[in-house]
Design a binder for this molecule. Structure first.
Ligand code: RIB
Length: 298
C-alpha cells in the first residue's frame, strides 16, 4: 500500500440500534428492578468497526443491511456523519433494523441481539460488492450475520489474496475452511474456548502462528509469533462503558496492519484505541479519532 494513501478497509457485518438501560442492579429471572436511564445509540459489531476504522483515518466501505424503519434511517445518517461509504448498505423492505438490548449494571454489560435485517447480509447480497472486496487492503467481518456469508467472504478473500480479519463474536462454532481462509482471527478467551473446544490455548496458538490473536481484557493480547508466545500489554484506564471496546480493537488492528505496521505494533495501537473507547458512554461514543490516538502515543 502507498503510505500516503488512506488504507482501504471493507467491513462486512451487522448494523443495529443499541437500546441501553443503566441500572445499579442487574435483574435476576422473574425480578423487576428500577433503572437509572435509557438511551438509544448506534451500534452493531459491523457498524461499530466501520465507524472506528473511519475515525482512525481509513477509507471505509460498509457492506450491510438496515430495516425500512426510523432506526434504519438513523443508522444510515450515522454512517454518513462518520464518513463511512454506504453504497452497499441497503434497506430491507418490510423488515426491522437489527437491535441490541443492553443492560449496563454492576460494572459490566449484558446484551441480547435481535439480528432482523442483518440476516439479509447473504452471499447473494455480497456478490454486489465483490469488486470492492477484491480492491480492499483488508476486510473485517464478525458473526452477527449468517454463517454461510462468513464462509463465502472468506473464500472470496482467499482467492483474491485480500487479508481477512475475522472477529469471531458473538461465539459460535466455525468451520475449518473459515479458519484456514482467514488471515487473522481475534477471539476473546471465551470465544477461543468455543472455537477450539477441548484444546489447550497454548496448543491452538502454536497451530496458528501470527493468525490467532486472543484478547484477554486487562491482561493484554496474546499470539504466537512462530518462535514464542507474545503478550502485548493493555493500557489500563478507568472504564465508563466497555461496550464496543472489542470493535475498536479490531478496527484499529485492521487499520494498522493495512498501513504496514508489524503485528506487535498493530496490537499495541489497537490496545491504545480500545482503552480510549471505554472512557465514554455508548459503543461508538468513545471511539477515538486518529489525532486522539496519536496524541496519547506521544
Ligand atoms: O460489540 C458491541 C456491540 O455488540 C453493541 O454495539 C451491540 O450492538 C452488540 O451487537
Amino acid at each position: 500500500m502507498n503510505t500516503n494513501m488512506k488504507p482501504k478497509v471493507t467491513v462486512i457485518g451487522s448494523s443495529s440500534m443499541d437500546l441501553v438501560v443503566t441500572s445499579s442492579k442487574r435483574p435476576g429471572a422473574g425480578e423487576t428492578v428500577l433503572g437509572d436511564s435509557f438511551k438509544t445509540v448506534p451500534g452493531g459489531k459491523g457498524a461499530n468497526q466501520a465507524v472506528a476504522a473511519a475515525r482512525l483515518g481509513a477509507e471505509v466501505f460498509m457492506i450491510g443491511r438496515i430495516g425500512d424503519d426510523t432506526y434504519g434511517e438513523a443508522i444510515l445518517n450515522n454512517f454518513k456523519q462518520n464518513q463511512v461509504l454506504v453504497d452497499y448498505v441497503e434497506p430491507v423492505t418490510d423488515m426491522e433494523s437489527g437491535t441490541a438490548h443492553i443492560i449496563l449494571a454492576e460494572g459490566d454489560n449484558s446484551i441480547i441481539v435481535v439480528k432482523a435485517a442483518n440476516n439479509e447480509v447473504t452471499p447473494h447480497y455480497i456478490d454486489k460488492a465483490a469488486n470492492v472486496i477484491r480492491k480492499s487492503d483488508i476486510v473485517l467481518i464478525q458473526q452477527e450475520i449468517p454463517e454461510e456469508t462468513v464462509e463465502y467472504v472468506a473464500s472470496i478473500c482467499k482467492e483474491a489474496g485480500v487479508p481477512l480479519l475475522l472477529n469471531p463474536a458473538p461465539a459460535r462454532a466455525i468451520s475449518q475452511a473459515v479458519i484456514e481462509n482467514a488471515t487473522y482471527i481475534t477471539p476473546n478467551e471465551h470465544e477461543a474456548q468455543m472455537m477450539f473446544a477441548g484444546e489447550k490455548l497454548q496448543d491452538s496458538l502454536r497451530k496458528y502462528p501470527n493468525k490467532l490473536v486472543v484478547t484477554e481484557g486487562k491482561n493484554g493480547v496474546r499470539y504466537y509469533d512462530g518462535k514464542e508466545e507474545v503478550v502485548v500489554p493493555a493500557f489500563v484506564v478507568e472504564a465508563v462503558d466497555t461496550t464496543g471496546a472489542g470493535d475498536t480493537f479490531n478496527a484499529a488492528f485492521a487499520v494498522a496492519l493495512a498501513e504496514g505496521k508489524s503485528m506487535t505494533d498493530s496490537i499495541s495501537f489497537a490496545n491504545l484505541a480500545a482503552s480510549i473507547s471505554v472512557t465514554k458512554f455508548g459503543a461508538q461514543g468513545g471511539m477515538p479519532t486518529r489525532q486522539e490516538v496519536e496524541a496519547k502515543l506521544k
